[in-house]
Design a protein around this ligand. Structure first.
Ligand SMILES: Cc1cc2nc3c(=O)[nH]c(=O)nc-3n(C[C@H](O)[C@H](O)[C@H](O)COP(=O)(O)OP(=O)(O)OC[C@H]3O[C@@H](n4cnc5c(N)ncnc54)[C@H](O)[C@@H]3O)c2cc1C
Length: 308
């Protein structure tokens, strides 16, 4: 069953892992999981259901020297066509949520939509503007995700994470070092387990009205009918990436199945049969043209992961 494509020399260990954990899949195409619908296979994909399973799996992976990658909804990652050598752990099933007065505590795998829906059910205002971000809470805290004027730094009060030695720590708001689509967690091998949000008591009807209006704005301005990762580049100081790309005449620029969206130039879309390489080629051209025309160095927001 297990083939050579897998990490050399680990076949027997992998078989043992597959026997021990029924939630592990072997040699799984990442295109089944990524918002871009591209990317080669990961050696292992695991949907953990609780922190105990997560810790146990991490211990085993470490003892076998198998690298682990933690993802939420895969809406901000571009996995290379060669895929990921190691184990991808998905948090989507870590999705408990509770409210105490105006404080909402949730596991990192819950989606932003569910967080916003839960806040609405509890007459709490503050999550309306971020309700349409398609990622998980863990991915959002990692990225300091935000939209329509609300970012994670405005509503998070603390988060809890697992370090490399599997010790649990809690970060206060200030310790998150939130910046432009980055946080304390960026490029660190830590796993966000939980986050706490502070909202305000509000009127349910007006919360609902605002959520509908934000969804309408998103639908009218973004190419949601295509696979994408949202805005590909971070907002450069004093500019908007989408405007620079549009002004550079790159709307509609296409390599095979990857195109700069004609609806929103900040998005590179998969029109159906793009590979990750096609998307990367479009990104490279966009970067070069914008730099040559405007001297602005666009920095990717999307995280590129996998074997080159
Ligand atoms: C159509 C569309 C619209 C979008 N609109 C917006 C928008 O308005 N604003 C915005 O900010 N973003 C937007 N995005 C991008 C994306 O949804 C956000 O960046 C989101 O926060 C990513 O969350 P995720 O769970 O999908 O993270 P993933 O893509 O799974 O991972 C992103 C990064 O976070 C890390 N990570 C994820 N979970 C954890 C965890 N539990 N512990 C540690 N690290 C973790 C991963 O390792 C990776 O480096 C959009 C994307 C799409 C497809």
């Amino acid at each position: 069953m297990l083939q050579k494509k897998c990490m050399k020399g680990l076949t027997r260990n992998l078989e043992a892992l597959l026997k021990k954990y029924d939630f592990i899949r072997y040699n799984e195409p990442m295109s089944n999981y990524t918002a871009y619908k591209t990317g080669g296979s990961a050696d292992i994909v695991a949907h953990v259901e609780n922190t105990g399973q997560l810790i146990s799996l991490l211990k085993d992976l470490r003892s076998l020297n198998i690298p682990a990658y933690i993802f939420g909804n895969c809406t901000n990652i571009l996995v290379t066509d060669k895929g990921i050598r190691g184990a991808v752990i998905l948090t989507q099933k870590l999705n408990d949520i509770k409210a105490e007065d105006n404080i909402v505590t949730c596991r990192s795998g819950i989606s932003m939509a569910k967080l916003a829906g839960f806040a609405y059910e509890n007459s709490l205002t503050g999550a309306e503007a971020i309700s349409g971000i398609p990622g998980s809470v863990g991915g959002a805290v990692y990225m300091n995700a935000g939209s329509y004027g609300t970012q994670m730094e405005d509503i998070v009060i603390s988060s809890t994470y697992l370090d490399e030695d599997l010790n649990i720590h809690t970060l206060s708001l200030k310790e998150h070092e939130f910046g432009c689509r980055r946080s304390f967690y960026t490029d660190k091998p830590f796993i966000i387990l939980e986050a706490k949000f502070s909202f305000n008591k509000g009127d349910k009807e007006s919360i609902k009205k605002d959520m509908i209006e934000y969804a309408r704005r998103r639908k009218s301005s973004q190419p949601l009918e295509y696979a994408s990762c949202g805005s590909v580049f971070k907002r450069p100081l004093g500019h908007f990436a989408g405007k620079l790309i549009e002004d550079a005449g790159l709307k509609g620029y296409t390599v095979n199945g990857a195109s700069v969206s004609t609806k929103h130039a900040g998005f590179i879309i998969n029109t159906g049969n793009a590979t990750s390489k096609d998307i990367l080629t479009v990104m490279d051209t966009v970067k070069t043209v914008v730099y040559n025309k405007y001297g602005v160095d666009l920095e990717p927001e999307v995280r590129i992961i996998g074997e080159e």
